[in-house]
Design a protein around this ligand. Structure first.
Ligand code: ADP
Length: 735
């Protein structure tokens, strides 16, 4: 929508007569707002049509003109759109995110205006209502149509005919005779008002105490960050629902961010059970029409509660009174493409601009949030126990050195016996392996060749259900070849290691009578399918669920009593700063699915390294010990949360240009007491989609002016157009 011309129906214009200059931010990758001449001062946030080169584009008034260019030479704004202004808080947020991430402000504005129906009328449809006038001649079919119209309310003509089971001619006849009348109504049903007092649970003392604090903070209408730190199944959701209820009672809007679409669907149902209707949802799996409806309803205040993914932060709330980030430790909150930002961190900023409390909830908070709680910046609310009498699951490691699986298999005898026991007791099992596909590596038995994507250094993952080899980094895929592309040997390619599909195959062989389902992001087409699997699992229609991290999070399966972690060591290796932290979080999360109701849960971790501190901490359920060790290591190395990082990623199809730019940048890096520049070095994925990639890592003290440093540094170097430069502040991924 950013580049379309603005001659739509909503753009009524005032004839401009230049008297002032106004800064206009255009949702395009420009260096900053542009000055335009205007007939008079224009309030910030107003939507405008402005000339840009040969086109007329949408812009937003961003402030008074800078006065840098004489107003005589300025182009004039094309006209003011008949639209409510973008709320000031959103304008400030756009500026803030842009300053923090070093992304062009226009790119950040584009995030806020994606799916914004600016200059568009709300879509309407024609529906029919019974007027009460009798038709000239009444027939049984006509009577039926009128009954349906009266009982079901306004329906579209086709729907009315269908519901009444008559042809469209009958409906047309009634219209012609004035018994039915056409009315234009909004296409989307308005959002219902959630009822804060519908069915609140009786809270445990610990829950009640936490909920009280949150309620008070909502009522105070002040910025207040909370870390809601409670074991899995302790009722964190119930507690922050009370804060949502308080926001609703106070006439404020609330925003809940979740890391996964799959979680959203279950959340909607749970929300509806508590508040009587579903909240507005916001995620990528919605039609653009539905998103426009949400955008408009958030701005008008009709949508009171929004549950959504990262970009919901940019919605035009006018009465935001509470922000919740559930599973706050989740890496999915980091947006890695386009404007690179961490939604958890930006949510804190969004709440501050709204003078609202924010709740970061997790059973395994990020070290960053724990650090902020320890230093007193965040208030920590602790829920130490599971709800009711549900016990925490018993954890044990299976040492694969002592109890190895059979050759070519991946499930040990101990784990298999535990699964069998569950089948006998009619309880459920979850087998967890955080790896999509059938096998992570395909290798030639004859020559040792490893299958990689062309122009990419990562392995191809076999997906047996599609018969293809897929690169999970670049998206490249190809049919599984019959012969080795390196040596030409026929039928020599063999899969190495397991993905969930391979585990599913093994389970099918071992337990052919069991009801099995596999869940991973590439086997599940959309949010609805994911919801169906989760519902089937929750209803006890599945004996063994095999899944990736998609199943690890948040779900509540009462009959699930065994969680088997196929490869607990996966993720522990690799040079990633947060490898240990993430493994701990993920395994703790998946373990938390077991025994959430009356029946106790058991978690078995298959590992070759039972003595590893992460595995040992998990098995002894000693989170504090793990955190102490991990924090000490980070502190010693000056790594987050004790220090800060930024990454610069250079990429180019031309290696010589890339290396030259790297040298230039390295030489230009300013000296600073508290800031160190490491690199350039080839990135772990040194070649991606035919582009070479090099990285700089900038390491800074906690209070060092990291952004200003990078801004000054980059301003001093001219990067050639053949090289792309991306800045990642607080990187979560080191690839
Ligand atoms: P968490 O978000 O901490 O994992 P949940 O809020 O999902 O925990 O709670 C786990 C289960 O216990 C849910 O089914 C929830 O409805 C139930 N539960 C928690 N607290 C209460 C309560 N006070 N009364 C009734 N049910 C509760």
């Amino acid at each position: 929508m950013t580049s379309q011309s603005l001659s739509g129906p909503g753009s009524s214009r005032a004839a401009p007569e230049a008297a002032a200059s106004v800064q206009v931010l255009i949702p395009l990758p420009l260096s900053g707002p542009y000055d335009y001449a205007a007939p008079g001062p224009i309030p910030r946030g107003s939507f405008l049509a402005v000339p840009l080169g040969p086109r007329e584009v949408l812009g937003v008034a961003w402030g008074e003109g800078s006065g840098a260019i004489s107003s005589v030479r300025l182009k004039e704004v094309g006209g003011l759109l008949d639209e409510p202004a973008l709320p000031e808080e959103v304008c400030e947020f756009v500026d803030w995110v842009s300053r923090w991430t070093l992304a062009a402000p226009g790119n950040v504005l584009a995030l806020a205006l994606r799916s914004a129906p600016i200059g568009e009328e709300a879509r309407t449809v024609t529906r029919l209502v019974a007027t009460g006038a009798a038709p000239g001649r009444m027939t049984p079919k006509r009577a039926l149509v009128l009954d349906v119209a009266r009982e079901r309310g306004p329906l579209e003509p086709g729907a009315l005919a269908r519901e009444a089971g008559v042809g469209s001619g009958v409906v047309r006849g009634l219209m012609a005779e004035g018994a039915l009348e056409a009315v234009e109504l909004p296409a989307e049903a308005p959002f219902a008002l959630p009822d804060p007092d519908r069915v609140a649970p009786v809270l445990s003392p610990a829950q009640a105490e936490a909920a009280d604090e949150l309620r008070r903070a909502v009522a105070a209408r002040e910025f207040a960050p909370f870390l809601l730190d409670g074991v899995t199944g302790s009722g964190k959701t119930e507690v922050y629902f009370e804060a949502v209820a308080a926001a609703l009672r106070a006439g404020r809007q609330a925003l809940v961010l979740l890391p996964e679409i799959a979680l959203t669907v279950q959340f909607l149902e749970r929300f509806a059970a508590r508040f009587g209707c579903a909240p507005a949802a916001w995620h990528s799996d919605m039609t653009s029409q539905a998103r426009r409806h949400v955008w408009r309803s958030v701005r008008s205040g009709e949508a009171r509660v929004v549950v959504g993914a990262r970009s919901a932060l940019f919605l035009p709330f006018t009465e935001l009174g509470l922000v919740v980030v559930d599973e706050e430790h989740d890496q999915a909150f980091k947006q890695e493409e386009g404007v690179v930002y961490h939604a958890r961190d930006m949510a804190v900023v969004r709440a501050r601009l709204a003078n609202a409390p924010i709740v970061l909830a997790s059973a395994t908070p990020s070290l960053e949030s724990l650090f902020n709680a320890q230093s007193g910046r965040y208030r920590r609310l602790v829920l130490p126990e599971r709800h009711a009498d549900a016990a925490m699951p018993a954890l044990a490691a299976i040492d694969l050195k002592k109890d190895p699986p059979e050759r070519g298999r991946f499930l040990s005898h101990v784990l298999l016996a535990a699964v069998e026991e569950r089948l006998r007791r009619k309880e459920q099992t979850l087998l967890f392996l955080n790896r999509r596909g059938y096998a992570p590596l395909t290798i030639c038995r004859a020559c040792g060749h490893r299958m990689t994507a062309p122009h990419t250094s990562s392995w191809l993952v076999e997906h047996r259900h599609t018969g293809r080899l897929v690169c999970h980094v670049s998206g490249f895929s190809m049919p599984r070849p019959k012969t080795c592309p390196a040596c030409g040997a026929p039928d020599s390619l063999v899969p190495c290691g397991p993905g969930v599909e391979r585990i599913a195959e093994e389970v099918a062989e071992r337990f052919p009578q069991a009801r099995r389902l596999v869940m991973s992001s590439d086997l599940v087409a959309n949010a609805r399918e994911a919801a169906a699997i989760i519902a089937a699992m929750a209803a006890g229609e599945v004996d063994i669920l095999i899944g990736t991290q998609m199943v690890a999070k948040g779900h509540h399966f009462p009959a699930l009593t065994l969680v088997g972690v196929v490869d607990a060591d996966l993720g522990l290796s690799g040079g990633d700063l947060r490898a240990a932290e993430r493994t701990f979080q993920l395994l703790n999360q998946v373990a938390g699915r077991a025994g959430r109701a009356e029946r106790p849960g058991e978690v078995l971790l298959q590992t070759y390294a039972p003595e590893n501190p992460v595995i040992a901490a998990l098995v002894s359920a000693d989170r504090a010990r793990f955190l102490r060790a991990e924090m000490a290591e980070r502190e010693a190395a000056g790594m987050p949360p004790y220090g800060r990082l930024a990454a610069l990623i250079l990429s180019s199809a031309r290696l010589d240009a890339l290396e030259e730019t790297g040298r230039l940048l390295a030489r230009a890096a300013p000296a600073h007491e508290e800031i160190r520049v490491l690199g350039p070095a080839p990135a772990p994925f040194a070649l991606l989609r035919g582009r070479h990639r090099h990285r700089f890592l900038v390491q800074a003290g906690r209070n060092a002016p990291l952004q200003a440093y990078i801004r000054d540094w980059l301003a001093a170097v001219k990067v050639p157009s053949s090289v792309r430069l991306a800045v990642d502040i607080d990187p979560a991924s080191f690839l």
